[in-house]
Design a protein around this ligand. Structure first.
Ligand SMILES: Cc1cc2nc3c(=O)[nH]c(=O)nc-3n(C[C@H](O)[C@H](O)[C@H](O)COP(=O)(O)O)c2cc1C
Ligand SMILES: Nc1ncnc2c1ncn2[C@@H]1O[C@H](COP(=O)(O)OP(=O)(O)O)[C@@H](O)[C@H]1O
Length: 310
């Protein structure tokens, strides 16, 4: 997959394309259907598929301070989009200046001039251009003027009639319902970060925990204890994860800590990922170390059972 920063990076002689546009945070099952459809249509036409996305998140530029929690960091988003068979990913730097383009200017500059769109695949709630003034009906009219077709993306619904959306998944993660998030994503929710030093207490308890420092806007599940996978380079280790302030020790800082089962070694400074599979319980303040250690022992057994079964 070709990766372009800005549409000026589209190579000369790039032929016609089938294009889809969106933030695609999470690359969830709805996004997967849209992008998969784009790839298929391009292959059928014998042209190339292009995914256009934005960085930073448009909300933050339009309304500073309103950045939503991030489900997938930029590099991972690109990898997931590549895995769907996309020929090129165009990351448009979303600046104040860019946000002022009218719907017509946006379409002409991006879709027509640079990407030579033959078809544009969009969801029914797609909005574009200054103040999100453009909708699918306007895109269709512009398509007739400029010579591209507008195709509706297939709608994919979650259970209980909830349509998959990044907002829905952020709410699931925020509530600690990592199982629902995983169903909508088509894979577990992943938190990425760097292992930093904590209070050095874990090893004394018999459960050293890698403390993960993640990105500023990362979507961190609600406080609680979770079973998941610690992903380290090419290996995957079972992990019991604690998120919270360690109330037993009257901590105040919120931390994400992972005890990797059947592992000993130094993880400080490493970049790791945590894939959240299931929520086990709330974090609690225990009356001393003994009951806490007994509970962690049980959490670890439960984690092993759950991950082995799945
Ligand atoms: C599976 C697991 C569950 C945990 N549950 C709790 C809990 O319910 N309450 C609590 O205060 N701390 C809990 N902890 C966190 C420990 O207090 C924490 O690992 C310890 O303070 C070590 O901190 P450190 O890494 O900064 O040294 C849990 C840790 C693990 C690995
Ligand atoms: N099984 C394991 N799971 C997680 N971290 C481990 C494990 N074994 C060794 N470690 C190392 O021990 C560190 C955690 O020890 P801990 O006493 O909890 O210190 P800290 O408070 O700095 O996190 C981890 O960052 C990692 O480098």
């Amino acid at each position: 997959m070709q990766r372009w920063r800005g549409y000026d990076a589209v190579p000369g002689g790039w032929g016609r394309s089938v294009v889809t546009i969106g933030v695609f945070d999470g690359v969830h099952r709805g996004h997967q259907a849209t992008i998969g459809d784009t790839v298929k249509r391009a292959r059928d036409l014998g042209v190339r598929s292009v995914v256009v996305t934005f960085d930073p998140h448009p909300s933050e530029v339009v309304r500073p301070g309103s950045h939503p929690a991030v489900l997938t960091e930029a590099a991972r988003k690109a990898d997931l989009i590549e895995a769907l068979g996309t020929d090129a990913l165009c990351v448009v730097p979303f600046t104040k200046d860019f946000s002022r383009r009218s719907p017509e200017e946006f379409v002409h500059e991006v879709l027509v001039e640079h990407l030579h769109a033959a078809q544009v695949v969009v969801g029914e709630n797609f909005r574009f251009g200054h103040r999100a003034a453009g909708d699918v009906a306007l895109l269709r009219r512009l398509g007739r003027t400029f010579g591209f077709a507008v195709e509706d993306a297939p709608l994919i619904s979650a259970e209980e009639g909830t349509v998959f959306s990044s907002t829905y998944i952020r709410a699931c993660v925020d509530a600690g319902d990592v199982a629902a998030a995983a169903r909508a994503l088509g894979r577990p929710h992943r938190l990425e970060g760097v292992v930093v030093r904590g209070d050095q207490r874990g090893r004394e308890l018999g459960f050293p925990t890698a403390n993960l420092l993640s990105g500023r806007y990362a979507a961190i599940p609600a406080d609680g204890v979770y079973a998941g996978w610690l992903v380290r380079r090419d290996e995957r280790l079972m992990a019991a994860v604690s998120i919270g302030t360690n109330p037993t020790f009257s901590g105040s800082e919120r931390r994400v800590e992972a005890y990797a089962l059947d592992f000993t070694g130094d993880l400080y400074g490493e970049r790791l990922s945590l894939d959240f599979v299931a929520r086990l319980r709330e974090t609690r303040a225990y009356q001393g170390i003994e009951p806490l250690v007994a509970q962690i022992t049980e959490d670890v057994d439960q984690t092993r059972g759950l991950l082995r079964a799945g």
